[in-house]
Design a protein around this ligand. Structure first.
Ligand code: NMX
Ligand code: MLT
Length: 426
């Protein structure tokens, strides 16, 4: 048995009985108010979901199992996944065991997934290719097999873990293949077993990396995007689909389809496009005045300034800070990075003037693109795939925990507009 499975096997029964008795004792307690605004406003702020892997206080940003993300930036993504699943960082021995497990699984990636991708039109969006690849791999699901054999509810978490680890092990290969195929980068680069999960993914993308800093950027990128509590569109979608006991391949693929939306994960491709548009328009890095004017023009055209604002946060996203600091260290003279830094000094002031915007500060997507661009990854439409590889850690860990304590199928009650109007009239 892998050490990760061993740790979970020790923790899950206690977590399950703890939650069961808590709900039995306090299930009827009222914890909040439901307004008409909640029902019509995307349920914003409604505390009606459970997620133990991470939390996002509006004034602090991402905290994974009690540790603020700013204190986790030097950790490997594998350590983050362990932390998300178990609540603790792994020991050196546990980390090695986990990395060896992922490497062994990666060797068994079914080759038909590459044939499926080859059959797709070359101009399919990279996100559609990735989602299709993960969905095609559903054939390998252990959860579906064990369910049809009649496993008990208490066992659900075990094949959920098994499927999740296969998805995590195969994801970088599928994602790197999407990059090389979609942008004619040449043949698939085989995995290098001497590298860690993030370093290997960076290597398989095939960008020149003489200093090793691109690999470091990928490790940071995968760590920063890993999880963002349970209510974001990708995690919530994955959770909802998983709650029907659809296996992790179905659930993760569904979550990634949500990440492909421009208000969620696709914003990172739009951010860099917006930055480059400004540089094009003003023939180089724009001045503060020029940026303020361009931001206003964007708003006047009825568009959003991508990379700014957040459904939960009310501060600069600490994940943005981490990318900003990486850029300041690695490419301080890069004009695109400098433009992103200048936008940060200008755009919040412009957005603050718009009353309806609740958060004028940058989110994670505002700074990641310029760093990728600096290292030669100029294909914006691929950027959300990088986010996806990372967010798979959050979605899978949330699925494992949910199956661990035996969460119910998600099924809120909907009502027609007439019912809400009748409530308002009372
Ligand atoms: N530029 C222009 N308008 C904005 C912006 C922005 N950056 N942020 C919010 N607004 C508008 C928003 O469209 C809404 O307008 P309307 O009522 O006409 O529909 C209004 O301000 C109120 O929105 P909020 O309550 O502040 O934000 P909400 O929770 O609805 O949406 C986002 C959050 C993130 C969807 C929104 O801020 C946005 O569209 N930002 C730009 C896109 C982006 O960066 N998305 C990435 C999110 C992070 N991620 O990685 O997933
Ligand atoms: C995320 O990382 O999922 C985004 O910041 C969006 C969110 O939390 O809603």
């Amino acid at each position: 048995m892998s050490q990760l499975k061993q740790v979970l096997a020790e923790k899950i029964p206690t977590m399950r009985s703890d939650i069961k008795s808590f709900v039995k004792e306090h299930g009827a307690k009222v914890i909040g108010e439901l307004t008409i605004g909640h029902a019509f406003g995307g349920m914003r702020g409604l505390k009606a979901m459970l997620c133990d892997t991470s939390e996002v206080p509006p004034d602090k940003g991402l905290i994974i199992r009690g540790i603020p993300i700013k204190d986790l930036t030097s950790k490997l993504p594998e350590e983050i996944f362990w932390l998300l699943c178990t609540g603790d960082l792994p020991t050196a021995d546990q980390l090695k065991d986990f990395q060896d497990d992922l490497r062994a699984r990666a060797k068994k990636i079914p080759s038909y997934v590459f044939s499926v991708l080859d059959a797709m039109p070359a101009d399919s969006h990279p996100m559609c290719m990735l989602d299709t690849g993960i969905l095609a791999l559903e054939r390998e699901s252990q959860f579906r097999k064990r369910y049809s054999e009649g496993m008990t509810k208490d066992e659900y978490w075990e094949p959920t873990l098994e499927d999740s680890l296969n998805i995590l092990a195969w994801m970088p290969e599928v994602a790197a293949y999407v990059y090389r195929k979609a942008f004619n980068k040449g043949a698939r680069i085989p995995a290098d077993p001497s590298l860690d999960w993030g370093g290997n993914y960076a290597n398989m993308l095939g960008l020149a990396d003489p200093t090793g800093e691109f690999k470091n950027l990928m490790r940071l990128y995968l760590t920063l995007h890993s999880d963002h509590e349970g209510g974001n569109v990708s995690a919530h979608t994955c959770h909802c689909v998983g709650s029907a006991l659809s296996d992790p391949f179905y659930a993760v693929s569904a979550g990634l389809n949500g990440l492909a939306g421009p208000l969620h994960g696709l914003a990172n491709q739009e951010c860099l496009a917006w930055i480059l548009e400004t540089m094009n328009k003003f023939n180089g890095a724009p001045t503060e005045e020029q940026l303020a004017k361009y931001a206003q023009e964007t708003l006047d055209a009825g568009k959003v300034v991508p990379g700014y604002g957040h459904a939960v946060l009310r501060i600069t996203d600490p994940r943005f800070d981490a990318f900003h600091a990486f850029g300041a260290k690695v490419c301080p003279d890069d004009p695109t990075y400098q433009t992103v830094a200048r936008v940060y000094t200008v755009v919040p002031k412009v957005l603050e003037q718009v009353k309806k915007i609740k958060d004028p500060w940058p989110n994670v997507d505002a700074a990641s693109g310029c760093l990728l661009y600096h290292f030669g990854m100029k294909e914006f439409s691929y950027y959300t795939v990088l986010f996806s590889v990372s967010r798979t850690m959050g979605m899978c860990s949330q699925l494992i925990v949910s199956r661990g304590w035996g969460e119910a199928i998600e099924r809120p009650k909907s009502m027609p507009t007439s019912w809400f109007k009748a409530q308002a009239a009372k």
